[in-house]
Ligand binder design. Structure first.
Ligand SMILES: *Cc1c(COP(=O)(O)O)cnc(C)c1O
Length: 382
């Protein structure tokens, strides 16, 4: 990864000065800071960052600078990274399937919180770590509602199984907690409320006082025509549901956003390599690069077109365009079609906002393409 020292005032200034021919991520630490403060001040509990969404060192250190002290890690590599950068951080290992070696590694590095979603995982955990000092968070699932895709497809115990696991975790001496994930990019605050209600039923059925309730990630960012609820709407839905279903026995709360914390702090700047006819544009990045996730979660309508000068493109009628990536693969095409001025031409730029999550980590070098450069901007100025 190449990163220059300069901080550009905004995207337009960078384009005007450099006219980049390769795709570039533009990172605004200020936007990241402001987003983190919104979560830290608004969420009624601990905010833990799901590192997998974007493990850039600049992201982690800026989150720490804003006051984030806890991190959800998915692998030994992420544990190593966090222990090197932020040795004092609280780490939660909430990927519910780990090999014995991975568990032992995490325990040696001071991880004291683990998700489990079946009895075999609970047994493995009990055989590896000292239960007394450890939290076992039982991951449960409900039928998916409102999310971009179903996280329960792979992980999570149905409520009856979760109640039995929770009871066993408590009896084994773990701090018994519950965790859920409503699905990434979940646009229905009521999905959190429904899970909180179910968590209260599971705890009652198990006869266990919860140590903590982790309400997951899944916080949405604006993508489609309808936009997305603000994080505050989800915080309120969670707080109301906890008060209603747990009453005075409310557990301490944790949330672990990935996308919601980092998405808005990066944009991807892409150049038009060629136009073919009235409708087709060939870009210098696509679904094998920084836009990999679009294949799974669909298009966003938040595109901005800049001319070579770095200023928004003037003139032209809006027309539906098909956007192709740079590789020789015919599936390297963004899903759907995009309303853009028909004056867009070779050498112009498309800005994709909200590309801070699941973008840098998923970008490949297929065909010798894929973005590498990151530049820092004070603000985006779109
Ligand atoms: C991926 C993941 C998250 C973050 O999800 P987002 O949708 O990016 O907020 C949080 N917790 C766990 C266990 C995850 O696997």
């Amino acid at each position: 990864m190449r990163q220059s020292q300069a901080v550009w005032p905004d995207i337009g200034a960078y384009v005007a000065a450099r006219a980049p021919t390769e795709p570039v991520w533009l990172f605004s630490p200020r936007v990241l800071h402001e987003t983190a403060r919104r979560y830290l001040e608004g969420f009624p509990g601990l905010v833990s960052y799901a590192v997998k969404a974007n493990p850039d060192e600049a992201v982690l250190s800026n989150l720490a600078g804003a006051g984030v002290r806890a991190f959800d890690v998915a692998s030994p590599e992420e544990i190593r990274l966090l222990r090197r950068l932020l040795p004092e951080a609280a780490l939660h290992y909430n990927n519910p399937v780990r090999s014995r070696e991975e568990l032992a590694f995490a325990a040696r590095r001071g991880v004291r919180s683990f998700a489990v979603d079946c009895s075999e995982e609970l047994d493995r955990l009990a055989a590896t770590v000292e239960p007394g000092a450890c939290e076992a968070s039982v991951r449960f699932k409900l039928p998916v509602s409102g999310a971009a895709y179903d996280f329960g497809g792979k992980f999570g115990a149905p409520p009856e199984v979760a109640a039995e696991l929770l009871r066993r975790a408590g009896a084994a001496g773990f701090r018994p907690s519950l965790i859920f994930h409503p699905g990434t990019q979940c646009t229905e605050p009521q999905a959190w409320a429904a899970h909180v209600a179910q968590a209260a039923r599971i705890a009652a059925r198990a006869g266990v006082a919860l140590h903590r309730l982790n309400v997951g990630g899944g916080f949405p960012v604006p993508r489609g025509e309808a936009g997305a609820p603000a994080p505050g709407d989800v915080f309120s839905a969670v707080a109301e549901a906890v008060a209603r279903h747990f009453g005075p026995d409310a557990p301490a709360l944790v949330c672990e956003p990935g996308r919601g914390l980092v998405a808005e702090s990066f944009v991807l700047l892409v150049r038009v390599r060629a136009r073919r006819g009235a409708q087709e544009l060939f870009l210098n990045d696509g679904i094998y690069g920084g836009l990999a996730e679009w294949r799974d979660i669909g298009p966003s309508n938040r595109l901005v077109v800049l001319g070579r000068s770095g200023r928004p493109l003037q003139g032209g009628r809006l027309r539906r365009h098909i956007l192709h990536g740079p590789t020789c693969d015919s599936i390297d095409r963004l899903p759907g079609s995009y309303l853009l001025p028909d004056s867009v031409q070779e050498g112009d730029y498309l800005v994709f906002p909200g590309q801070g999550a699941y973008s840098r980590v998923l970008a490949t070098r297929f065909n010798g393409y894929g973005p590498r450069r990151v530049e820092t901007v004070a603000r985006f100025g779109l």
